[in-house]
Design a protein around this ligand. Structure first.
Ligand code: BES
Ligand code: MN
Ligand code: MN
Length: 462
């Protein structure tokens, strides 16, 4: 059997296995799900063993375990290190799911006429990670594995990969490879293949604004004491100016400016602002003056409120002037910027901007650095040729808006570049209710990955 025949014969089984994986609620942020998260790690380990990997282990960490496995066929061949994550984002708000998040169903949609799997983690990243396991199985079973391969699948990506850096530092020899291959990003459309060549960095902050020493009756005290919720809203609103530039002093100082010719090149990638608005149900797009929607979500840094709370938010009404108000605010960073520096700038700004009638507290959560894949490199070309082989079209290099902080660390700690060959779509509802992953995308990924190994091995032949 050749690869395609093997994949065709295994289609239903591959899918059913993925559905089983999606049924385990590996929500890394939720400690009440720790047993399920551990079970998911075992599932992944077992699937690697069955696919033919050696030395498969579930490596404990102070947080969730890391799954490792390898197949070394020849020391003279290059080694691909596959990275992915088996943890998922919390599914809430549950009432907005059309079917329960951990009971996967297959439904057809406009963008996925062949059907899509609806479940938390379907695209990010269980479905995309599992493509690598099945592609590996296919290469093993058809005697076509062209490179050595190592798998490192973690369970803490969605909570900042706190323990993966240490794992890499402690296992440099074991993780020795020539390239990191990752499918945890998206492409433009099923008929417009693309490869992410950029990830943004991240600074994640939490702020608290404190007013009076206790909640107060809003009739008795309101109007005479500053309301921390009002102050917080004003402070947040002031962080963008009338051009939607971020007002934190020094915020843009280190931003690498993208040349006009590179911007012109980027603008050639198909993008319809009308379709974008329609998909999101907004009348107008918004953002930093002077930049397109694509640029605003790729080459420019941003600041977003991720959550805001304070006072009474339960059923009915309660007339209260809250003692405090809080927000979680994150900033996406671009090459040149450094997450520690930006977090410090934010803290200094927020503390200084606070009026004297409130106190503020600023804490930094996890962060991460931006990353760029060199497009004139052997691994990028191998990924490009692989997608061209299965899509019949050259993929367009694009820069994504999301972050995978560990990718910059792979370069720092392991000296390895990464290729981000993702098969999801931005509209697959990652982190949102009704997350999905197209069956077309799942199978296309499984077909494409072996070509990467083939072209990468050919280019590295010693
Ligand atoms: N897979 C995503 C990142 C992503 C998605 C990159 C789509 C490009 C396109 C990843 O799982 C993720 O969600 N990362 C987080 C950061 C993390 C520290 C929580 C993010 O981008 O918010
Ligand atoms: Mn992911
Ligand atoms: Mn994610």
């Amino acid at each position: 059997m050749n690869q395609q025949e093997y994949i065709n014969a295994g289609k239903d089984r591959f899918l059913n296995e993925l559905l089983d994986l999606l049924r385990i609620p590996s929500v890394s942020a939720d400690s009440t799900k720790n047993a399920d998260t551990a079970k998911t790690a075992e599932f992944v380990a077992e699937s690697l063993r069955k696919a033919g990997a050696d030395k498969v282990e579930v490596c404990p960490t102070p947080g969730h375990p890391i799954v490792y496995g390898e197949k070394m066929i020849d020391p003279n061949l290059p080694t691909v290190l596959v990275y992915g994550h088996y943890d998922v984002q919390p599914p809430e708000p549950l009432e907005l799911w059309e079917s329960p998040p951990f009971e996967p169903v297959i439904k057809k949609t406009e963008l996925h006429p062949e059907g899509a799997i609806f479940a938390r983690g379907a695209c990010d990243d269980k479905g995309q990670m599992y493509m690598h396991v099945k592609a590996f199985e296919t290469m093993m079973q058809t005697n076509t594995l062209a490179c050595n391969v190592k798998f490192m699948i973690e369970g803490e990506e969605e909570v900042g990969s706190a323990n993966l850096g240490t794992f890499c530092k402690e296992n440099k020899e074991k993780l020795k490879a020539d390239i990191v291959l990752v499918s945890d990003t998206s492409m433009i459309a099923n008929d417009i293949p693309s490869i992410d060549v950029g990830l943004r960095g991240l600074s994640y902050m939490e702020v608290e604004v404190v007013g009076p020493n206790r909640d107060l009756h809003s009739g008795v005290y309101g109007g005479a004491v500053a309301n921390p919720a009002t102050i917080l809203c004003k402070m947040i609103a002031d962080m963008h100016d009338e051009n939607n530039h971020i007002t934190i002093p020094g915020f843009y100082d280190d931003v690498n400016i993208v040349t006009d010719s590179d911007r012109a090149e980027m603008a050639k990638a198909p993008f319809s602002v009308e379709d974008y608005k329609k998909d999101l149900g907004v009348n107008e797009v918004w953002g930093e003056k002077g930049y397109s929607s694509v640029e605003r979500t790729s080459i420019r840094p941003t600041l977003e409120v991720n959550g805001i709370w304070g006072g009474y938010t339960g059923e009915g009404s309660k007339t209260v002037l809250p003692s405090k108000a809080n927000a979680k605010i994150s900033m996406r960073l671009v090459p040149g910027q450094n997450s520690v520096k930006i977090s410090n700038l934010f803290k200094a700004y927020f503390e200084k901007a606070a009026p004297s009638y409130v106190k503020v507290k600023v804490t930094a959560h996890h962060g991460g650095e931006p990353y760029l894949t060199p497009t004139d490199s052997v691994p990028f070309m191998a990924a490009s040729k692989a997608m061209e082989a299965t899509f019949g079209k050259k993929p367009i290099p694009t820069r994504g808006g999301g972050s995978i902080p560990i990718i910059a660390l792979f370069e720092e700690v392991l000296g390895l570049k990464s290729v981000l060959m993702g098969f999801g779509l931005d509209s697959d509802n990652l982190h949102s209710p009704n997350e999905k992953f197209g069956l077309f995308n799942f199978y296309k990924g499984i077909e494409t990955i072996p070509y990467f190994y083939k072209y990468f091995a050919e280019a590295n032949r010693k």
